[in-house]
Design a protein around this ligand. Sequence first.
Ligand code: HEC
Length: 171
Amino acid sequence: MRALILVLLGCVSGLGANAAEAKRPLPTDGDAQLAYFLNSEGVYKDYMLQCAGCHRFDGKGAENRGIPSFVDSIGLFSRIPDGRAYMIRVPGASQSQLNNDELAMVLNYVVARFSPDEYDGGKFRLFSAAEVGASRPYKFDDVAEARKALEQQMSEQGWEPAPYLFGQAGR
Ligand code: HEC
């Protein structure tokens, strides 16, 4: 029922619900930022309408359908430049109907919501519309290869992102 209401809301108000909210200055303190994202209805709605159909409301995705979990994983990507570009360039994000500002907010949201450890000690650097705009036009020839290269970089740091089965037989 909730999903239905969200879909209806999306139709009435148009996409990009967080445009007005995005104008408000974001808190700079890590904990306050986390609270901001967790309480922002606009970005929640954008996530639900544009991403949750595949990634699910709880961010767990569906491993057996090749949709990786964000939980305690997606924040790791946001720590390295290639990982940040990857988050922007994956088809689900780059080809969504969100504008650059809205997509930046949704990427901040997924880290805040599903990988909140990134906010400890203020490690997390927010995505901006400019950063999204710079990477978004560059499609991957092979997104699974790009993910593999990132896994390699991460394992050198001792980081372990969620399992990724996209591109394997049957998925
Ligand atoms: C139609 C289904 C679908 C939708 C809708 C979708 N995604 Fe995805 N997403 C996938 C699949 C499949 C993958 C794995 C393949 C890939 O890396 O692109 C993925 C991977 C990702 C990854 C990389 C995760 C990792 O661990 O490698 C990110 C980040 C991501 N999506 C963000 C988003 C965002 C943000 C949205 C909404 C704006 C979104 N996706 C909408 C299907 C979807």
